[in-house]
Design a protein around this ligand. Structure first.
Ligand SMILES: O=C(O)c1ccccc1NCC(=O)[C@H](O)[C@H](O)COP(=O)(O)O
Length: 252
């Protein structure tokens, strides 16, 4: 199976994408009164916290084992550690996520919540409300159409890229929130050089997020020095005490 660029994918990602292409959409169009992500980043900066989007990822194709903590307890622990926003996996088969977990988390905290999933069709936006929604450039054919569809529903779309060509597609789609994923979904290899090589080409007025592979205070500083306005961190937060883990990154 190929992605939107006609490139080969790792077997786990092929399986994720084929499940995503089969997933039904929602019956009714959602309309979201979203919490402002830019305000959450400004609040974090004003408090001297590094803006971190803490990701609730029960499992993944590159994680050993699974964490089945109560999502609300996890969310509260992440916010206690200073997370500016949360990311909740809603993909069920490969990441152990659910729409119900996202709904419960969003009801329980005040910070913006990102829906982390593999959305390939407009109707899949209508499955659950969130403040931000991830759109992965590599998997979406009509990126401008899906960005507009998300914005029309009130979501703040975060467009994820991994290459310069995908960045150009995100900019052509007028994305103003862009995440550079250090994980190559073709091979599942992580390399923080990815962010460093793409960040200089991102216009100043775009909010830029470094995603994946951030596992230490040194990594946080490295991504911030390379221009990250915020960091999306999952595995390193889910491994051990969540509040302590988030705090070490937000105070880096
Ligand atoms: O995390 C995975 O194993 C994975 C495998 C296949 C496709 C996507 C995958 N992750 C999605 C993500 O973008 C990450 O969950 C997110 O950026 C956080 O990454 P990390 O801090 O490295 O857990």
């Amino acid at each position: 199976m190929m992605d939107a660029n006609g490139e080969e994918l790792a077997p786990a990602v092929r399986s994720i994408l084929s499940a995503a292409r089969e997933r039904a959409g929602g019956d009714e169009r959602v309309s979201v009164d979203a919490r402002s992500f830019s305000a959450a980043l400004a609040d974090a900066e004003a408090d001297g916290r590094v803006p971190v989007i803490a990701e609730m990822k029960p499992t993944s194709p590159t994680t050993e084992g699974r964490r089945d903590d109560d999502p609300v307890e996890l969310a509260q622990a992440m916010v206690s550690g200073g997370a500016a926003a949360l990311s909740v996996l809603t993909e069920p088969e490969h990441f152990g996520g659910s729409m119900a977990a996202l709904e419960r988390v969003r009801d329980a905290v005040d910070v913006p919540v990102l829906r982390k999933d593999f959305i390939v069709e407009e109707a899949q936006l209508d499955l659950v409300e969130s403040d931000l929604v991830l759109l992965i450039a590599r998997f979406v054919d009509d990126l401008p159409g899906l960005v507009t569809a998300a914005e029309d529903r009130g979501f703040q779309p975060l467009v994820e890229v991994h290459t310069r060509a995908e960045l150009d597609r995100a900019l052509a789609a007028d994305a103003d929130l862009i995440g550079v994923n250090n994980r190559d979904l073709g091979q599942l290899e992580v390399d923080l050089d990815t962010f460093e090589s793409i960040a200089p080409h991102v216009p100043e007025d775009v909010t830029l997020i470094a995603e994946s592979g951030i596992g230490s205070v040194a990594d946080v500083r490295r991504m911030r020095e390379a221009g990250a306005d915020a960091l999306l961190i999952g595995s390193a937060i889910m491994d051990g005490d969540v509040t302590d883990n988030v705090r070490q990154f937000t105070t880096a």
